[in-house]
Each structure stands twice: as C-alpha cells, then as structure tokens.
Ligand binder design. Structure first.
Ligand SMILES: Cc1cc2nc3c(=O)[nH]c(=O)nc-3n(C[C@H](O)[C@H](O)[C@H](O)COP(=O)(O)O)c2cc1C
Length: 204
C-alpha cells in the first residue's frame, strides 16, 4: 500500500508540508509506503484548455513532470492534498495542478475509489481555511475519491480536515504569531488523527 501527499505551498518544507508529514508519519509507522511531493519542485505547465481530454483520458501536454506525478497518483491507495490559503483560496501552484488533472476524470475517473483527504494552513485565524478546505475536498470528491476527514471515530469531535493557523494571541492590539504549526496543538492532533483514519480506510 502507498499513500501520497501533495503540497501546494510555494514554500517547500514549511507549515503545509509539516502538516502533511504529520499525517504521513502515522501511516508510515504501520509500514505503509509514503511519499510527499512538493509542487514547488515540479515544473507543471499550464492547462491549455484544448479540451482534448474530453475525448480521450490523456493530456495533450507531454511534460514529464505532470506525467510522473499522475503515475504516482494512479498507483497510490490514498492521496492527501494540502494547500496554504492564498487570498482565501488554494495557492496558484495548487490550482495549476488541479487543472492539469482534468484528463484524469473527464472520460473516466482514474482515481475513482481511492481514499482522499485534504488539509490547509493560513496566516490568520479566520483567514479562509474553511473555504479553501472545502475547495480541496470538492476537488477530491470530483475525482471520485472517498473523502476521509480528521474525525477520530472514538472521540468524534472534528468534522473537517486539519486547518492550521499562525495566529497565536493578542497582546493589546498586536498579534502574536506562532513560530510554526508545531505550536498549534489542535492542528497537529488533527493531522495525526487524519493519518490514522486514512490507515483505517485503506485497510478496509
Ligand atoms: C500570496 C499569498 C496570499 C495569502 N493569503 C492569505 C489569506 O487570504 N489568508 C490568510 O490567513 N493567510 C494568507 N496568506 C498566508 C499563508 O496562508 C500562510 O503564510 C501559510 O502559513 C503559508 O503556508 P506554508 O507555510 O506551507 O507556505 C497568504 C500568503 C501568500 C504568499
């Protein structure tokens, strides 16, 4: 079994990557293969809107980068999508990636039946995480994947995926920021819970 995580942050190894890695660590602990792909390190060309993928399940753009990533996605049992919030939305890099996956579901859903999950990270406390999370989840479901959330079946407290924030507290009218997501215990707990839920589902 293999679980793939795809990070849409323009900054590899930062908060969104750390969240994805927390989920992957739970999965890797059970001897399942895991891999994190940083979209910032993959040269994905823009969708040309040529509509050729409406006729055949293939992309007219023959770039190795996207072809390699699509192969990893098709081979994976579960995929976790992560994007930071940019202007209340997914990052531009993640949107380019989304558009380039169109051929994987227009004629037939090549990712159908896989386990899918999403998480996001933003600067502010209400900085657009919920909307971005819903976009990521809609994308996952649009590809026919079975969406798994961070909800712990024994505790049942979370309804959405993990959504981190840099916001820490107010000192007077000045915002105190967290150093990084490791200082956000709720998000860390949710990422780990998400990883365990993915494991439960791929074992089913
Ligand atoms: C272009 C851009 C737009 C952003 N827009 C928002 C926003 O709408 N709301 C918010 O809370 N944070 C926003 N941020 C902050 C990022 O979401 C935040 O820094 C996040 O932690 C980045 O994730 P990373 O550490 O994985 O790169 C924006 C950052 C950038 C670069």
């Amino acid at each position: 079994m293999k679980v793939l995580a795809i990070n849409g942050s323009h900054r590899p190894g930062k908060n969104t990557a750390a969240m994805l890695n927390m989920a992957l660590e739970e999965i890797a602990a059970q001897d399942v293969l895991t891999e994190l792909v940083e979209l910032s390190e993959v040269d994905i060309k823009l969708c040309l809107s040529c509509n050729k993928c409406l006729m055949k399940p293939e992309c007219a753009i023959k770039d190795d980068a996207m072809a390699g990533l699509a192969k990893k996605m098709i081979e994976a049992d579960a995929i976790i999508f992560g994007s930071p919030v940019y202007f209340g939305n997914v990052s531009s890099l993640f949107k380019i990636f989304m558009d380039r996956t169109r051929w994987m579901h227009m004629c037939c859903n090549l990712l159908d039946g896989k386990i899918g999950a999403a998480l996001t990270h933003a600067g502010l406390r209400n900085g657009g995480q919920e909307f971005t999370q819903m976009l990521l989840e809609r994308f996952t479901q649009g590809h026919g994947m079975h969406l798994v959330e961070a909800r712990d079946p024994d505790k049942g407290v979370f309804n959405l995926g993990p959504m981190g924030t840099m916001f820490d507290s107010l000192k007077g009218e000045n915002i105190k920021w967290k150093r990084d997501v490791s200082e956000d215990p709720l998000s860390c707990m949710m990422c780990r819970s998400l990883g365990r839920n993915i494991l439960r589902w791929i074992k089913k």
